[in-house]
Design a protein around this ligand. Structure first.
Ligand code: DGJ
Length: 734
């Protein structure tokens, strides 16, 4: 619900349990942030903006205008005229000047949610949500800013974005733009972010917020393995179950910066936006720039509640397409099975064995095109290599289909190898700074997707392969980050637009792909999980989470990923041991149980793994079919974190009607002479009784306990014998 109290000049935005309030003050119509937190009854509390305290508003005390600018809680702060905190927007006029200040002009309140042109965003019908369009301007510059706020009626989420229009008589450059900002009082917050590296993505980091600026960011051209477009400020005592949290997540897949600045007056300004480094967008008269969407979640009920809110929003209002609410086919991918060493026969032998075990789709990974026999060459030459795929692609796909399996294929459309026919024909198609040798990474360059003719060419190459056979899945990979950002397609003063234009082009290609092939299951990927973000989720309902498939490493990676993203989105496979990334040997059973908390699939040569492992696959497949609806749609709770306790990991999913739950327990290292571990279950119905079944431990008999007991007194999990042992515990209403 969104209302405007005209007398008080207050906008009140309500979700089921939260309120956000914006105030207009003074005759100059400054827009201030009043409040974000637990739901309030009245549109009041404008005193929180402290305009009755010195330095007062400029109409009362113009002598201290600068002091006012530097402490007022601006809803969408600017810079250069007296607010010395980091602003949300930066401009440089044709004359080279940088100052700006925004004041309220008008507003509209709409049912539903407008789309953001060219960008992924959450969506909702007129019944689902309401939007406030707040128009403000800087008359000196000739700039209008439209701030969009959408509240969802079924989830405690507010989404935000900003659109800047040049309403003046001369061009200006947009040098910075944030999508969301909250200027609020500091409350001894901790800052929570997701940090990582290749094969170690999204580890949760929590630290105290101090004075000054703290940020997480990426300037790598993608959201990245290293940092993640997510930031939460949490009460320092916040736990899984209790405490206030303010979280922001960015629906964007390129350079970003999420920042918190604690000021001299103990206020904190939290922002999310495109990273300003190397960003400079020229706006001619009448032109607009649409910033991506930021998602804001507030809760006073701890991290489980925050997580569940993001999960619900993304499941219902972000993910689209045929597989939105559907079980995904269990796939077998040949990457770790064969790397580049495969041909039709090899793939068919894997498929034959896999189909007998209940696996539903074969995915042919990197190496099927051009002369690609290693990762040194051929990106861009999207023609089937019939020396390897003897008989042709259609033959292979048909043969796989005859086994009752679907077929999927790998592409890396954004890249070009210097050793490729494409590069030899079009050396200017890669990003490059004239005169400077390009920086190779994995011996490849990045295509200049700011040029529409290149986008069209690559799209056609990819689409014609897909049109040539019954291909039902695509893994869209991206194996390097951006460098040498220069395009011969744009003039000098538009080179600062390249990073963003690149991301828009990727979105455009995926939009075309999902429209032309509406039944296709798309899985995004970037050297593992470097582009696991809400922007990509808008196009693909699942994303490859990490190249690290070791079940124990995955505990930390999947915990961090699931902090925001539903389990249904997390690409997770059972691979062979010793694990190819860390060399660890874990039980096949554990690998299966950990992968079950994701999309589930295999990444191994099923014709070569030990017989005992192969024999376990049909039972794992059956478990997937039995529990996937619950895992995909249930509410996720974190019970214990191996990342924190270094002993064991435990999580739970509970169905919406609370009739069913599934607990996963992984004991990492066994220790001598220990009793069973007591775990407190969550989210059950205290009035219901549950049959508790240890699915993979026959030594424990089924028991019936009340939800109340299981949540308050807990459940005992016997100490498994050996390291890296997992237990799956199923609860059904008795
Ligand atoms: C990186 C991906 O994460 C892997 O799964 C695999 O597809 C390779 N790229 C192929 O080059």
């Amino acid at each position: 619900m969104i209302t405007y109290n005209e007398r008080e000049r207050i906008f009140k935005l309500d979700t089921p349990d939260t309120t956000y309030m914006i105030g207009i003050v003074d005759e100059e119509n400054f827009i201030g942030h009043i409040y974000y937190g637990k739901r309030l009854k009245e549109a009041e509390a404008s005193y929180l903006m402290r305009t009755q305290e010195p330095p007062f508003v400029p109409s009362t005390n113009n002598r201290e205008r600068c002091s006012f600018y530097d402490c007022f809680p601006f809803e969408y702060p600017t810079s250069g005229v007296g607010d010395y905190r980091e602003g949300c927007i930066g401009i440089r006029t044709a004359a080279g000047h940088v100052g700006s200040m925004l004041s309220y002009v008008s507003h509209e309140i709409l049912e539903g949610k407008p789309e953001l042109e060219g960008l992924p965003a959450t969506f909702g019908s007129e019944q689902d949500c309401m939007t406030l369009k707040l128009i403000c301007e800087d008359r000196h510059v000739g700039m209008q800013v439209e701030l969009l706020y959408t509240v969802f009626h079924d989830t405690d989420v507010i989404t935000r974005s900003a659109k800047v229009t040049n309403t003046g008589r001369e061009y200006f450059y947009l040098t910075k733009i944030c999508s969301a900002c909250i200027d609020m009082d500091n409350r001894d917050f901790d800052m929570i972010s997701l940090h990582g590296s290749w094969a170690r993505e999204r580890h949760i980091q929590r630290k105290a917020l101090g004075y000054g600026i703290q940020s997480v960011s990426s300037c790598r051209g993608e959201s990245s393995h290293q940092d993640h477009p997510f930031l939460a400020l949490a009460d320092k005592h916040a736990t899984q179950e209790n405490g206030e949290i303010y979280a922001m997540n960015f629906v964007y897949s390129g350079n970003f910066r999420a920042q918190a600045e604690v000021t001299q007056f103990d206020s904190v300004r939290m922002t999310m936006g495109i990273h300003p480094e190397n960003f400079c967008w020229k706006l001619e008269c009448g032109e607009s720039f649409q910033a991506p969407e930021a998602v804001m979640v507030y809760t006073d009920k701890g991290f489980d509640a925050m997580t569940q809110t993001f999960h619900r929003l993304y499941r219902k209002h972000l993910i689209r397409g045929e597989y939105k609410d559907k079980k995904r086919p269990i796939l077998i991918n040949n990457w770790e099975a064969t790397y580049f060493d495969f041909n039709t026969d090899k793939l068919l032998s894997i498929a034959r064995e896999a189909s007998k075990l209940g696996i539903e789709m074969l995915v042919m990974d990197d190496g099927w095109f051009g002369n690609r026999s290693s990762d040194n060459c051929a990106l861009g030459d999207w023609k089937v290599n019939e020396n390897k795929i003897n008989g042709g692609l259609k033959y292979l796909v048909d043969e796989v289909n005859k086994l009752g399996m679907k077929f999927g294929i790998w592409f890396e459309p954004e890249m070009i190898s210097p050793d490729s026919d494409l590069y030899r024909a079009h050396p200017d198609w890669a990003f490059a700074i004239p005169g400077r040798p390009g920086t190779e990474s994995r011996q490849q360059f990045v295509l200049d997707l700011s040029r529409q003719e290149i986008v069209d060419y690559i799209y056609e190459q990819v689409a014609s392969v897909l049109r040539s056979a019954n291909i039902e899945y695509v893994k869209w990979d991206m194996n390097r980050q951006l460098t040498d950002i220069g395009s011969c397609g744009l003039p000098a003063d538009r080179q600062g637009e390249l990073y963003h234009r690149y991301v828009l082009a990727v979105y455009q290609m995926q939009d075309r792909l999902t429209r032309e092939f509406p039944h296709l299951l798309l899985e995004n990927c970037s050297g593992g999980g470097a582009r696991f973000d809400p922007g990509m989720l808008y196009y693909s309902p699942q994303i490859w989470c990490s190249d690290d498939t070791d079940a124990i490493e995955r505990l930390e990676i999947q915990e961090g990923t699931a902090l925001i993203y539903p389990l249904s989105t997390i690409g997770a496979h059972v691979s062979d041991c010793p694990n190819h990334t860390v060399g660890r040997v874990t039980p096949f059973e554990t690998r299966g149980i950990v992968a079950l908390a994701g999309t589930f699939g295999y990444e191994l040569d099923v014709t070569k793994i030990p017989v005992e492992d192969r024999e376990m696959i049909p039972a794992q497949v059956a478990m997937y079919h039995k529990y996937n609806d619950l895992i995909r749609e249930g509410d996720y709770y974190r019970i214990a974190s191996y990342a924190q306790n270094r002993k064991y990991d435990c999580w739970q999913v509970v169905s919406g009607d609370k009739k069913q739950a599934l607990v996963t327990f992984v004991q990492v290292m066994n220790r001598a002479n220990f009793k069973s571990r007591r775990i407190l279950l969550k989210g059950l119905d205290g009035e219901k009784r549950y049959r508790v079944e240890f699915v993979n431990d026959d030594s424990v008999e089924d028991q019936i306990y009340s939800g109340d007991t299981l949540m308050k007194a807990g459940l005992l999990v016997p100490n498994p014998w050996g390291d890296f042992k997992a237990r799956l515990i199923s609860l059904t209403e008795a």
